[in-house]
Design a protein around this ligand. Structure first.
Ligand code: 4AD
Length: 421
């Protein structure tokens, strides 16, 4: 029978030369599995080393080994790009820590751990878009450059060209797409956005970046926080189940070797509906102080290491757009955070102030009524009760993979004093 020749390209993950055979493992990034190549030792070449890029021609055959369905019997090996094994920072068969590989942002995707992570990240992105599509949300591309500071926290990167104001008004990299989503929620009942978000936070913490990705949703015709927590929980559940099913091998590599034992924690989180709501206003005596990371961690641990919703934050702690609770006007906000094990705050959301008079009064208090005249217009023309939330995508990945530092779940981390390439 005619045996069809295949051309296979990839990077050498291991190389073993025996008397009668040369064995290579080639990986092209499509999965954790490498393809075993079997060749005559005459095809060996000093430039064929761990990390080099090669093209191999040969015939695919059923493999005698149980854990690999096929192998390539090669008759030609061409080294496309050499890799000096002395200078290359990774060594074959060595397990390098995430901290170690982080020193090489331009090379770390060549390691098993980081390439698995990036495949999980890609699949989780698909899963989140699928969730919104299946649930009737319209995707909106909210702008990266904006003239507003949605959160009012002053953590803005200003956009200028040679010190000049290109847009004639001060412009910034977005800290949240929420206000633009609220514009759209006045025409589409359910909208979402998923894109880069920027905060000039002078933090080196393990859960803050200067550039991260936020998933934000806005739901119209709702007066209940439960409508929002349902979307948060359903999205978390659906994305996580999708990732566990579609990226099992990559997730396993993490849970078995990089963050051993974390799989149990993820299964535990998914076991039941998130049962717990903690009412901030009736639970904490120091009214007026926000929760710090340590408090969030304590709460999650205290509740048995499951995701926890904290509701009813002090009204004055929340930005101008949050509405108050009907039962406690101007005292507590109809706001909710989702706290998860290992990470703390994963999502923040609230019902939005939809009443024109009250919103105008709040904006006057903070001196922003002129800046946000367009936002007040949204309440003048067909305003409806609505609310929304934002989920930090990198924190989500930390949570499901058990990764300690946020710098290890993004291809190119940006944080204060670090923007290497
Ligand atoms: O709680 P935040 O600041 O909420 C907002 O920006 C709202 N406007 C969102 C909305 O309602 N549409 O941020 C939302 C989430 C946080 O819970 C956190 O997971 C993540 O974004 N986040 C960060 N992630 C990484 N690095 C940072 N510096 C982050 N700041 C916030």
């Amino acid at each position: 029978t005619c045996k069809q020749k295949e051309d296979i390209s990839g990077w050498v993950r291991s190389i073993r030369s025996q008397k009668s055979n040369l064995f290579l493992h080639l990986n092209d990034g499509s999965s954790l599995q490498s393809l075993q190549v079997v060749a005559s030792p005459e095809l060996n070449d000093p430039s064929l080393t761990f990390g080099s890029a090669v093209e191999v021609t040969g015939v695919l055959k059923k493999s005698p080994h149980r854990n690999q369905p096929v192998e390539l019997e090669a008759d030609q090996i061409h080294v496309v790009g050499e890799c000096n094994p002395v200078d290359f920072p990774f060594k074959t068969k060595e397990r390098h820590s995430l901290e170690y590989i982080r020193q090489f942002p331009h090379l770390r995707c060549r390691t098993n751990a980081f390439s698995s992570l990036l495949r999980v990240r890609s699949e989780a992105t698909t899963a989140i878009h699928s969730y919104f599509k299946e649930n009737g949300f319209v995707q909106i591309h909210t702008p990266v450059i904006t003239s507003n500071d949605c959160e009012g926290a002053g953590e803005l990167f200003q956009v200028e060209v040679e010190g000049e104001n290109f847009f004639s008004v001060p412009a910034y990299l977005t800290v949240s797409g929420q206000l633009h989503l609220e514009v759209m929620s006045g025409a589409f009942s359910r909208v979402y956005t998923f894109g880069p978000t920027f905060r000039a936070e002078n933090s080196q913490s393990r859960r803050h970046l200067a550039e991260f990705h936020m998933v934000e949703a806005e739901v119209s015709f709702t007066e209940s926080l439960e409508d929002l927590t349902k979307v948060m929980e359903d999205m978390f559940r659906s994305a996580t189940e999708h990732v566990l099913a579609h990226c099992a091998e990559d997730v396993d590599l993490f849970h078995k070797h990089v963050t051993p034992g974390h799989r149990n924690a993820v299964d535990f989180m998914l076991k039941e509906r998130f049962p717990l709501y903690i009412n901030f206003s009736s639970s904490f005596s120091q009214w007026g102080c926000d929760l710090q990371t340590e408090h969030e961690k304590y709460l999650v641990k205290h509740c048995g290491n499951i995701p926890v919703f904290v509701t009813d934050y002090p009204y004055d702690l929340k930005p101008f757009y949050a509405r108050d609770n009907k039962d406690h006007p101007r005292h507590s906000a109809a706001a909710v955070d989702l706290l998860v094990p290992g990470v703390g705050e994963l999502c923040g959301g609230s019902l939005r102030e939809e009443r024109l008079d009250l919103l105008r009064a709040r904006l006057e208090e903070v001196g922003l009524e002129d800046t946000y005249s367009w936002y007040l217009d949204l309440r003048r023309f067909g305003s409806v009760p609505h609310g929304g939330f934002g989920l930090g995508f990198e924190r989500y990945l930390q949570c499901i993979l058990g990764v300690d530092s946020i710098k290890d779940v993004i291809p190119f981390p940006r944080f204060s004093h670090s923007c290497p390439l």
